[in-house]
Design a protein around this ligand. Structure first.
Ligand code: MN
Length: 379
């Protein structure tokens, strides 16, 4: 996904986009190949603001969808998502060619555009904009019954955000505000942190460019130092685990710098500068079984001093969107580092949320709609 987001900006031809699609779906069904052909044909002659052929957009939305869900029906709907809205094709024709399921998803995606036109004013004061965005978000959650449609919509929005440079700065800001108020919270509600973090960071870049710059400059300038601290800490954690009964192939430890928008929120909340944000770094420890999470937790707390006020056990008490992980903040010689402890399965759920069901085909394919129906989404 990281690699894709970097690459998306460098794609300028339909052929390049198709290469990425077949990389994401190495053995496509005949219907997927057909959906691709129809999308290219239907959008023929249409261009995006950047001047590039329009069908690059639905193809790359399909690539993102494939990375999130692996469900080929969703990929087909993604390929066709703008066909009914922007070309002469009808839902009935799509139903005939691709079946009721795909057609319904395209219908839902077309309906979102209608709701947006009715509920969302894209000009006016900031207050008016925020209010109408909140109404739009509520309407969207109330009227879109199929969660898959919302997931494809989020992928659509991610690609729009990745290609926002082609628009003027006023539009960039408006679309980013909409993304931050409408779509990132929906991604959060669906538990798809992968999409939520990208949507937030991309919006942040366009809405608060100076603040983004401050954080980016600091992180870039200290990249080597931060990476060294992370590596040292990760090695220490691995060593403790190996010394205490874990086999090498039983667990994984990753280090990362937290995503920019979350750093920004922390600076705002605490009224501090980037230099004063002490926990820029986080590690993730992935184990096999839930009980092992607690063994790791014990090990971490005995090896490093925990900042106990920051301890959260979402394994025992999951978040509303299904998120499970133990969070603890540790003091080490390398500074303050947040540790997230979870099983592989919890990790998939945390990254892909509702889409994890489709992506990993484990457990029930029935997605709990209740968790997206919640009218009070936090921003
Ligand atoms: Mn689109």
């Amino acid at each position: 996904m990281e690699a894709f987001c970097d690459k998306a900006k460098t794609i300028h031809t339909i052929e390049e986009a198709i290469v990425l699609l077949w990389e994401a779906i190495p053995t496509p069904s005949a219907s997927t190949t057909e959906a691709l052909a129809l999308a290219i044909k239907a959008h023929e002659g249409q261009t995006r603001k950047s001047g590039e052929p329009y069908s690059i957009h639905p193809i790359l939305v399909a690539v993102i969808t494939a990375k999130i869900s692996n469900d080929e029906m969703m990929v087909q709907a993604a390929l066709l998502h703008d066909v009914v809205e922007d070309t002469s094709y009808t839902i009935e024709e799509l139903e005939e060619a691709f079946g009721a399921d795909v057609a319904h998803m395209v219908e839902g995606l077309t309906k979102i555009i209608e709701i947006r036109d009715e509920e969302f004013v894209s000009t006016g004061s900031d207050d008016r904009l925020i209010n109408s965005a909140l109404t739009f978000r509520k309407m969207l959650i109330a009227s879109i019954k199929d969660v898959r449609v919302l997931v494809i919509k989020l992928c659509d929005r991610l690609h729009n955000m990745l290609t926002l440079d082609a628009l003027n700065s006023e539009k960039q800001r408006r679309i980013s505000e909409e993304t931050l108020v409408v779509y990132a919270p929906i991604a959060h509600r669906l538990g798809i942190s992968k999409l939520k973090n990208y949507l937030e960071d991309l919006s942040f870049y366009y809405i608060y460019p100076e603040d983004y710059e401050v954080i980016d400059t600091y992180i870039q300038k200290n990249a080597q130092n931060l990476q060294m601290k992370l590596n040292t800490f990760v090695q220490q954690v691995k060593m403790y685990m190996l010394q205490n009964g874990f086999d090498e192939d039983e667990f994984e430890v990753f280090g990362r710098v937290k995503h920019y928008y979350s750093i920004y929120l922390k600076m705002q909340r605490k009224g501090v500068s980037i230099e004063e944000v002490l926990d820029l770094l986080a590690i993730r420890i992935l184990v096999q079984e839930p009980l092992q999470c607690y063994k790791v937790l014990g090990l971490m707390h005995l090896s490093f001093t925990p900042l106990i006020s920051r301890f959260k056990d979402y394994v025992a008490v999951p978040k509303e969107n299904g998120y499970k992980t133990i969070h603890t903040t540790l003091f080490s010689k390398e500074g303050i580092i947040e540790a997230q402890i979870r099983t592989q399965e919890m990790h998939q759920l945390a990254e892909y949320g509702v889409a994890a069901h489709w992506k990993y085909k484990e457990g029930s394919s029935q997605v709990n709609l209740k968790m997206v129906r919640e009218p009070t989404l936090s921003t």
